[in-house]
Design a protein around this ligand. Structure first.
Ligand SMILES: C[S@@+](CC[C@H](N)C(=O)[O-])C[C@H]1O[C@@H](n2cnc3c(N)ncnc32)[C@H](O)[C@@H]1O
Length: 327
């Protein structure tokens, strides 16, 4: 498969640490809470027959999507062979028939994929050596007026990661082989990034979860946090996969909201709304009677930027619509 040097390093990393592991919290709650309501609305408006998942990884979101849209035909692509193998295995275990997996590089247009009614891409575009080439191709895979969900890293909530990377660079991480990189990152993490959780911080985490999700899923969430068994978030394998993706990634870009909007506009999309990661309106973020905001008119870009500066998100799920055809 044709790929540039930076993409080869991305594939090398995901071949060693395929993402995600089944136990991660976002797989269980993310799709149903944030994406399904939008999909239901689109289904009402005109139906969703063909869906592309761009960068499916090990297929945990893909299988949820296939179960949730039994009448749709889902095509899931990824560049990492090992992740696709795990994804296929998962789909077989769940007996899903409305799913096709294909190895594909999002930066190389693949005409055999055809056109889609909806595109789902979570945590992928920011790992491309040329994100605009990837978005350009997503435009070409989407039918006219079609919608896409694109989840991107957000800069303001991730400055701690950049600081940790600076520390690792000084410590010499770049010159090491993967096993040694991992050893160093795991040892450095508590010093520069995640301070060990004190009891009040643990309580805050639980309250944050309940605030965001209610009580549904709380027990598996706590179990994931507490257990040391394989797959739990304290297990070695989970910590390594997470550390590779979060801290040691050879290629990622953290976006400000305005930059993400530029990327979408340049690739023939418009931002419709924000589905996850931060509030979608000034009222939601600041309340209806905030003295600085009430009665003021802001452009979409200004409003989202104010919200971003206030909430400092780590990642944002953008809901976008295709506005023009890319050649
Ligand atoms: C962080 S994982 C996200 C997986 C999945 N979407 C999720 O959120 O669980 C990023 C995925 O993007 C894939 N990827 C990276 N560069 C790619 C490219 N150029 N074309 C297709 N997939 C790519 C990687 O192989 C990896 O599986």
């Amino acid at each position: 498969m044709k790929m540039d040097e930076r993409t080869e390093r991305v594939v090398e990393m995901y071949s060693k640490y395929p993402f995600p592991l089944a136990a991660s919290k976002h797989v269980e709650t993310f799709f149903h809470k944030y994406v399904v309501p939008a999909l239901r609305q689109l289904q009402k408006e005109g139906g969703i027959r063909r869906v592309l998942e761009a960068g499916c990884g090990t297929g945990h979101m893909t299988t949820q999507m296939a179960e949730c849209l039994p009448d749709a035909e889902i095509t899931a692509v990824d560049i990492t062979e090992g992740s696709l193998e795990l994804a296929k295995k998962l789909a077989d275990e769940r007996g899903l028939k409305n799913l096709t997996f294909k190895r594909s590089n999002l930066m190389e247009f693949d005409s055999s994929l055809g056109k889609f009614d909806f595109i789902y891409s979570q945590g992928v575009i920011h790992h491309l050596s040329e994100p605009s080439a990837g978005m350009h191709n997503l435009n070409r895979y989407l039918k006219a007026g079609g919608y896409a969900f694109i989840w991107l890293y957000a800069l303001l909530g991730r400055t701690r990661v950049l600081e940790m990377r600076e520390a690792l660079k000084i410590l010499g991480v770049d010159r090491l082989a993967w096993e040694k990189k991992m050893e160093m990152a795991l040892a450095a993490r508590p010093l520069f990034l995640s301070k060990p959780l004190t009891l009040p911080r643990k309580l805050i985490k639980v309250l944050e979860y309940v605030d965001e999700n209610g009580f549904k899923g709380l027990v598996p969430y706590l179990y994931g946090y507490l257990r040391k068994a394989p797959g739990g978030v304290n297990s070695t394998v989970y910590r390594e996969v997470h550390t590779a993706d979060y801290i040691l990634h050879p290629q990622d870009k953290y976006y400000r909201v305005g930059e993400a909007m530029d990327l979408f506009e340049k690739s023939g999309f418009e931002l419709v709304s924000i589905l996850q990661g931060m509030s979608n309106s000034i009222e939601e973020a600041f309340g209806t009677d905030n003295k600085l905001m009430a009665g003021r008119k802001f452009s979409q870009r200004e409003a989202y930027t104010l919200i971003e500066l206030h909430e400092q998100p780590e990642g944002i799920g953008y809901f976008v619509r295709k506005t023009r055809e890319q050649a």
